[in-house]
Design a protein around this ligand. Structure first.
Ligand code: SF4
Ligand code: SF4
Length: 390
């Protein structure tokens, strides 16, 4: 990641491009301006390098629900790579449920990528890969296609997340972990802090060269898959995923220090979230200029964005609350919305399952909160918005 020294301290640049529609040319022009302000695509990916675009394809969902990265953003990134002379471009993900190719086809991403000769792949398995420089995580089950790529470009979606408050650039890299190993990761890193530390190490290991955030229509509320779409009308770009996520936080009136991936991202040397260490540049109408966070929030933010802003408690009180599993957020099934499909039970990573059908499938699944590690995989994977975190 490229950082620059400004007035005696390290800074990362984030570019904000206002964009109020997914019209392909508008998205392309916005990303072109952003890329130029980050050194140009030619400097980010060599012609002979194999480039992998990593969208958020967490699962099959209608485009209007704002669950996945919009195809127009992927198409614009692919077009810029082609114009920079890059010969080999792939796109792929490891979904929580189902296959990336099916999730992409459901929103028309396959057709958009085909126009630019991008091969769409389902990530396949690999063995454990050691990461000796890991400070929180020393090995990962990274998918084969990710390891084979020379350049990784992260094309994430602006959304809320039950465990980490937001899912943006840092969290999107978790889709590079293969299949069921994603669920197992939740048992190895069973709380928001340890999971965030692992994510920071994963980003340090994978070193994506560029992060693009689709915030034209974001998701608020019960994210990352059951929330509500909300127009934010922006695209963000940076080479620093922490800085990019911190700007997302400022736009939604969420203190960046309340997001564990920011805190641990900074602690582990992945990037910066403090205002003085983020240079925010506005690219608008063919011009660019530095803009303060305050002005960006006033012009492009949504102060009442529905996200968890509660203070994080720490110390012995929290250890006690965790031990007795009290005052903690917990997933709850809405019996009226539940169709008893069982996907939540399948996605629970806890051995012996922390939720199950107690009466065949006549009733919705019930939780055993003593076993539940609050990873919220069940809430994330429920296709019917039937699980809420309270
Ligand atoms: S809560 Fe959701 S995932 Fe679980 S059985 Fe009901 S509809 Fe399916
Ligand atoms: S019940 Fe849900 S939140 Fe609890 S451990 Fe299982 S998947 Fe995670």
């Amino acid at each position: 990641m490229e950082k620059q020294i400004v007035e005696g301290q390290m800074q990362s640049r984030v570019v904000l491009m206002p964009c109020s529609s997914y019209e392909e040319e508008a998205v392309y022009q916005a990303l072109k301006a952003g890329t130029e302000l980050l050194g140009g695509m030619e400097a980010l990916a060599g012609r002979e390098e194999k480039v992998l675009l990593k969208p958020n394809l967490v699962r099959k969902a209608k485009l209007s629900r704002a669950v996945v990265t919009h195809p127009a953003v992927m198409g614009a990134a692919a077009r810029l790579l082609r114009e920079a002379g890059v010969k080999e471009i792939m796109a792929g993900d490891s979904c929580g449920v189902g296959q990336a190719t099916a999730a992409a086809a459901a929103v028309g991403m396959d057709a958009v990528l085909e126009k630019y000769g991008v091969s769409l792949v389902d990530f396949t398995g690999t063995g454990s890969v050691a990461y000796e420089d890991g400070l929180q995580a020393r090995s990962f089950f990274v998918s084969k296609e990710v390891l084979e790529a020379d350049v990784l470009i992260n094309v994430c979606k602006m959304k809320t997340h039950a465990l980490e408050r937001i899912t943006g650039a840092v969290k999107n890299m978790y889709g590079c972990i293969h299949g069921l190993h994603k669920a197992k990761g939740h048992t190895a890193y069973p709380n928001a802090d340890s999971f965030a530390g692992m994510l920071a190490d994963l980003n340090r290991f994978l070193k994506p060269r560029l992060h693009i955030m689709d915030g034209i229509v974001a998701m608020e509320g019960n994210g990352p898959t059951s929330g509500d779409p909300v127009p934010m009308n922006v695209l963000l770009m940076s080479r620093d995923p922490v800085a990019l996520d911190s700007v997302f936080c400022r736009l939604i009136n969420l203190k960046p220090e309340l997001v564990p991936t920011n805190v641990h991202g900074e602690r582990l040397g992945l990037g910066f979230w403090r205002e003085e260490q983020v240079e925010l540049v506005l690219a608008e109408g063919g011009r660019s200029a530095e803009i303060s966070m305050e002005e960006a929030a006033a012009r492009f933010g949504k102060a009442d964005f529905d996200v968890d802003r509660r203070r994080i408690r720490s110390g012995s009180w929290v250890r006690m609350a965790r031990f007795f599993r009290i005052f903690q957020k917990k997933p709850c099934v809405d019996g009226e919305a539940c169709v008893k499909c069982g996907i939540c039970v399948e996605s629970c990573p806890v051995e012996g399952k922390a939720l199950s059908f107690s009466n065949g499938r006549k009733e919705p699944p019930v939780y055993d909160y003593k076993k539940c590690i609050r990873c919220f995989c069940c809430q994330e994977m429920c296709p019917h918005k039937a699980i809420k975190v309270r």
